[in-house]
Each structure stands twice: as structure tokens, then as C-alpha cells.
Design a protein around this ligand. Sequence first.
Ligand code: IDC
Length: 462
Amino acid sequence: MKRFLALLASGATVMGLTVLASPPAAAATGCKVEYTVTSQWQGGFQGGVKVTNLGDAVSGWQLKFTLPGSGQKVVQGWNATWSQSGSTVTAAGIDWNKNLATGGTADVGFVGSFSGANPAPTGFTLNGVACTGTVGGGGDDDDPPPATGGGTPVETNGQLHVCGTNLCNQYNRPIQLRGMSTHGLQWFSKCYNNASLDALANDWKADLLRTAMYVQEDGYETDPAGFTSKVNSLVDMAEARGMYALIDFHTLTPGDPNYNLERAKTFFASVAARNASKKNVIYEIANEPNGVSWAGIKNYAEQVIPVIRAADPDAVVIVGTRGWSSLGVSDGSNESEVVNSPVNATNIMYAFHFYAASHKDNYRATVSRAASKLPLFVTEFGTVSATGGGALDRASTTAWLDLLDQLKISYANWTYSDANESSAAFKPGTCDGGDYSSSGVLTESGALLKSRISTPDNFPTS
Ligand code: IDC
């Protein structure tokens, strides 16, 4: 990653271009910006701007800057409303990030085109005030200090629990886990072996493996003992590499989880007893309830959770939500049905799923609103459409992942597999060979997810 710091300590020049009259050096007003080129290709690039408000709190902001290169244009942007007039670009805060406290930050991004050179933007202003500020000692000053000890995610965080609306580690501090979901274990078992999990832990630096155990579609119901043992062995393989394992009871069709209530009780009694002493296990009791009311889901949860607790009292349990785990939005409802009638259990979280090309601003608005009321975990999402195929939506995916990072919401991406569909991280045929590490085996979605997941976690250690 190439990082340019557009810090105007003196208000004089940046990137070799003359800019802006600076405010008096003593005044702690204005803003600071940090500009990053996350990737660049022939004629195009992805840029990110992190703006910190150093002045009074604002409700509503406009960030303006100049793209000085000839032919530099914003093609699409996210986390703001974008417009461009000549070389002047304007990004205006949207619903969920428009309020900026003093010291508050907003992360916005865009895909740009260019011809010839691709110089960094200049002349940043926030609500008309030049961004000439610095914070602290400069550099990446506001990033949390890196975790000490270099332990694995499980060594560093230990047994997890829910605190407030967050997932918290053994130091009672909020953390975000970032990882991948398997595809259906009945179809893609060949993709989960020592080499592929080494790549996930070491190259991707993932914190989490979700094991998607379908119940129907030739899944668990056809061979309960066989699928239970497959899941257990993946829990062990994740544990050996210091990753959390999210055990997903992948109900999908039929959508009412009560259809599988007895199977769920049998399955969870068994995996919870077998894995009770491990610190790396999280249980997800119903993938995507659909065609069923929240009351029906709640009823199911309140019967399955006690079965898990009886065997493994301290593990986090995640409950699917209405409308394919959309908190009800895909059924025309919203999070209030859960807020008003929460599952009667502690140490639980609620699942939210999205597919970036299908689920956009109204779903993001729901998550940003709901995150202050409910503990959320994105146990599954795709970079593509809800079919699992179609074009990757880079802008929407980036907006989503920036939002989840900001809210410290954990996520697992569909899928760590070589399925012949654009949501898969590997190209078809990859799992027939032994190479899961070179960039040539990754799809566009895999490359994007690997670049997001492999950045440092900075888990708090005290
Ligand atoms: C899809 C798979 C596809 C399979 C289909 C039906 O990618 O190969 O044929 O399921 O089993 C979900 C589900 C997840 C879906 C995925 C993409 O949880 O099982 O996988 N998706 O359609 N919810 C929204 C999208």
C-alpha cells in the first residue's frame, strides 16, 4: 500500500504544489487529512481519504479537494455523496457519518481514472476551512498501538464474550474478527486441508474460519455423524493455527429454523460438549431464517441456546435474523422487532448478512443504527450479488467493510473455496492443486478480501 500523508504542518505546500493560506499556527481549528492509494491499475486507481475534524463539532460536512492531474476523475465513490466540477471534487457526509465531533474522523473512498500521471490530491478543505492540522506527533498517530507479543488471534484474545454491543476479548476490550467462510462442506471439503488453512492463517492473517455446514441439500440430515466430525476436525485445524472457528448450522431451505429444531438440538449438544474446553469456538445456530417471523426465530433460539449452554456455558452464540439475516430489512421490517423483543439469553449476538451488489445504503443505514442497540456479527457477506454470482461491486464492498471496521463488527466472507462463482476467493480448479498462496490463484473477490483481512489487527492486550 502506498501511503501519502497530506499533512500541512506549516500550511505552505503539499506534494510540491502551493496551497491555501494557513490559519494562525496556534489555532487548533480545521482538519487533518490522510490520503491513501490502496491500489492502482492501468488508467485507474482506488483512493481513500481519512479526514479528522480538529475544529468544533459539525453536523454535516463537505470535504473539497483538487485533483491536479489532467484527466483525473472520480468515477464512483462511497461513504459520502460525491461530485466533481472541473478539477474540484466535493464529498459530502451522509446519514451515518455526517456528524463529526472534535477529533472525529470520517473515512471516504473512491475509484478514480487518470491519464498520464496520477498525482495526489491537493487543497483539502472541510466546510471551507483548510486542512492544515496535525494530530499528536505525526505519522499514523491515531492508530492504536500494535499488539505486543505477536501471538495468534486466539492466543491474544482468549475466550471471547459479549460486552455491551461489542464482541470483547479476555481483557474486556472490543475487538473485530475478520475471516472467511467455507462453502458448503458437502461440496467443497477438498478445499479445507493443511495447505489451505495455513494460507488462511499465515498469508491472509485471518482471525476466523466459518464452517458452513448445510443441513439440507445433501448436508447434515443425510449423515449427522459424518458432518459433525467434519466440523469438529475443522475446529481443531483452526485451533492449531490460532484462529477462531464459527460453527454455522447452515439452514437455508426451508427457511424456518424450527423445521430443523430437533436436528439442531442433537448437533449442538454434540459439538458443544466436544468443544467446551476450547477457547476458539463460536456457535451460529441458524444461517438465514426466511419466510418466518421474528417470533418463530426467537422461539427456536430459546430452545437451542440452553442446549449449548448446558454443555459449553461460556461460548458466544449468534442468532440469525429475519429476511435471510437482514435484521428483517429484506422482509420490509427492521431491527426494531429484535430490539423490542430480544432473545432471552445472555452472551449472544445477532447475525447480519449482506451481498454488496444487492444490499446498499438502506441496509448500511440499518446496520449503523442497529449497532448501538444490538451486538451484531456479519457471519456471512459477499462482494457480489445475493445469488453468489455477478460482478464484484468494489465500491459497495469497500463502503461496507469501512463501516464494519469503524463499528468493530466482525465478519466472514462467502467463500473460501474454488466454486465456479464470483463470490469464491479462488479460481476454479485451485483446490485440486496444492497452491493456495500465490496471487494467481485468487479471483478478484479473493484478492480484495485478502488485502482487507491481512492488514494488522492491533488487538488490545490490556
Ligand atoms: C449459495 C452458493 C451456491 C449454492 C446456493 C444454494 O454460493 O453455490 O448453489 O447457495 O445452496 C446466502 C446463503 C448461501 C448462498 C449465498 C449465495 O447463506 O448459502 O450460497 N447466499 O447465494 N445468502 C445470501 C447469499
